[in-house]
Design a protein around this ligand. Structure first.
Ligand code: SF4
Length: 301
């Protein structure tokens, strides 16, 4: 079910927001359909059943944003567009809400953060390029695996991973920073040495500025659903996977081992682990610059 709605407000503040405190979501629900998506719970508050199919479209999102920025005497804090759902999910092709949002952003010269799993963003490449000349634009995509046979099961509506990183690379040197979110790392599926190395190697080869990582987090009702997906599609790993996920998060000994490997790769490929702008990265920094910032919040996008 696709339903058009009129919103009263669209600019939301999150005290724990990461990496930004403000977001704007043109849609509720997400057709990308990542099976691990922990934003699914948010549909319960709306009385809707299916996060992947019941989509609310805020057709007046740009008008609302314009009013709010004017009213708030906006001081140009960075805003994440699409904090809870993917901004370039399939129905954006029809509704074209993003170009109108970018008009408002341009008018108020507000820095923005864009993160998407869809190459549909390239439709707006020229608009984003122009925007980058007048305000800071940071851009990111998240990839949990470059193995398409796994990607098709866990992220069925996302663009193929290689197309996503190619898309991201097109913004190198145009946007302030490009970041690959290697997330979620799915234990026993996308955590092998080959998977880990391939991801960092691709990021380096495509000239991406940063790689941030996060482990799979199975919140609430997502946990049993994801466990049965593993049981059906990857039965060989089910025993170890289910014992690792007796709760929503994984235990320390597993994560310590993977984090150690990630840090080695970060040093090997000299990739930063923060969602930070290039101009900050260019300042003389300590080795801790290569430390990864945990970003569970970004599991979902
Ligand atoms: S993880 Fe992101 S892209 Fe995937 S379904 Fe959830 S909101 Fe959409």
């Amino acid at each position: 079910m696709i339903k058009e709605v009129q919103s009263k407000t669209v600019l939301t503040f999150h005290s724990q927001g990461f990496p930004t405190h403000w977001d704007v979501n043109p849609y509720r629900g997400c057709t990308i359909g990542c099976r691990y998506c922990f934003a699914q719970y948010s549909h319960n508050y709306l009385g809707l059943d299916d996060f992947f199919k019941d989509i609310l479209v805020k057709t007046n999102v740009s008008e609302c944003l314009e009013k709010e920025l004017r009213r708030k005497k906006w001081n140009r804090e960075q805003v994440k567009i699409g904090g809870t759902t993917d901004l370039y999910q399939h129905i954006e092709k029809k509704y074209k809400l993003l170009p109108k949002i970018f008009d408002v952003i341009k008018k108020h010269r507000t820095p923005i953060f864009l993160q998407t799993k869809s190459t549909l963003i390239l439709r707006d490449f020229e608009i984003i390029k122009e925007l980058s000349k007048i305000t800071e634009v940071d851009i990111s995509t998240s990839i949990s695996t470059f193995d398409e046979s796994i990607r098709k099961v866990v992220e069925p509506g996302a663009s193929p991973a290689i197309e996503r990183i190619e898309m991201l690379a097109k913004f190198n040197g145009i946007c302030r920073s490009t970041t690959l979110g290697f997330m979620p790392i799915i234990p026993y599926l996308s955590d092998t040495d080959v998977h880990l190395d391939t991801t960092f190697k691709h990021a380096k080869e495509y000239g991406i500025d940063n790689v941030v990582t996060s482990f799979l987090f199975l919140r609430g009702a997502v946990r049993p659903k994801f466990l049965s997906l593993i049981k059906v599609n990857f039965p060989e790993i089910f025993p170890s996977f289910s014992s690792l996920y007796e709760t929503s998060t994984i235990d320390g000994s597993y994560s310590r081992e993977i984090k150690r490997k990630l840090e080695n790769l970060r040093s090997k490929y000299k990739l930063y682990g923060v969602y930070s702008p290039v101009k900050v990265m260019e300042q003389p920094r300590q080795i801790s610059l290569f430390d990864n910032i945990e970003a569970e919040e970004f599991n979902r996008i």
